[in-house]
Design a protein around this ligand. Sequence first.
Ligand code: ADP
Ligand code: MG
Length: 427
Amino acid sequence: MFQKIRVQLVTLNAAVLLILLLVSGMALYLFLEHRLLERVDDGLRDMQLVAVQQMPDRLVVRPNGRTLDMPMVTIVYDNQGGVVQQAPDSQFVNGDLEALRDLKISDVPQSIKLDGHSYRVLTALAPSVQVTQANPFFPAGLDVTNVQRTLQVVRNIDAEEDVLSTLLVVIVTGTLLGAALTVGAGFFLAGRALVPIRQAWERQQQFVADASHELRTPLAVVQSHSELMLRHPTETVQEQSRNVAVVLKETKRMTKLVSDLLTLARTDSNQLLIEGRALRLDEVVRDVTEDYRLMAELQEMELHTQIHGHLELIGDENRIRQLLVILLDNALKYTMEGGSIEVICRQIGPALELKVSDTGIGIAPDDLPRIFDRFYRGDKARTRAEGGSGLGLSIAQWIVEAHHGKIRAESTLHRGTTVTVSLPTKS
Ligand SMILES: Nc1ncnc2c1ncn2[C@@H]1O[C@H](COP(=O)(O)OP(=O)(O)O)[C@@H](O)[C@H]1O
Ligand SMILES: [Mg+2]
């Protein structure tokens, strides 16, 4: 899928760039062609004026000083198309002359290729001339005819064409090279840009797969126990209490799991925001640990709290409570009877530190780096019995990071675990 996106991205980019390069290249080419020919055409027009002035009735045409820098040829035709005069002489002969003669009279100079050379030609009507001839039948008489003439000014534009064709080569190779470079660079860059997207996508896929897997087990348990109950429709709830209890327990587990999943899904899409209000961390800790003291006593554990002073924090009280509950839940869950749990809360520099330590089963060094991963559980078989889904610490980590804090865990197997949270007081 990502390969396809990558190819699409690159093709689109390259196509856009290619079009841009082509358009700008063509524009440059046309502009330059226009400018170059404009100069030639101006020269042709000047020359035409001069030539016309110099041919009142005699056919003498000579380029004047201003146009001498442009090697131009002027040709005068009579009304039959015969060449009356060419200056300089004999520049064009036979076939070339025929091709030139065929050009139409026009205000706009035209381009023509003769013998592999390029020329720009301006063809115009010239003033007519009176031709006086002796009449052979009446020796005394004279024949006077008005001959309409055509004046052509021709200029070689090989140099201009040369510049233009070189430019064309430069534009075409530049465009192709640019396109090739864009494709190469684009492919590389698109690959790099897609890496985080691919990773996020894969994480999301994994998350969905794990979530469905986690939901399947309690659902199967609920289904099988409901079926068991249906087999004895006449039995009372009391007689079926074992099955009812299992169904209830699994439903509770699922509710918790779904709400955790929802939390994480919302954090992923940045829909969950942290409310920043002033709160008293010492009071929150006191409050939450009070709720857990009874539970600890029931499991014959000691719960100590050390709260140092008046600890103020900007943050979301509900989320901080949730964080404490997650940490205390774990401490209680993974500590045996007779163990002890300690909660320490104090100010250290610009941050507040919250430490939850227990003398429980600890975490294997191999598991330690992964306990904050979603769905990660140290001992799958055991924690399943404890009802954990492996999402607690992921949520805890999100809460801490949303408060711009840090969370870390230290643990010695069979000795105990300490989770330390540090929250900056100004977040
Ligand atoms: N206080 C603790 N003592 C021992 N192991 C712990 C403790 N806290 C967390 N763990 C380990 O980290 C894993 C992940 O914890 P958590 O995300 O809260 O998931 P859950 O508690 O649902 O299994 C647990 O399965 C457990 O193996
Ligand atoms: Mg937990």
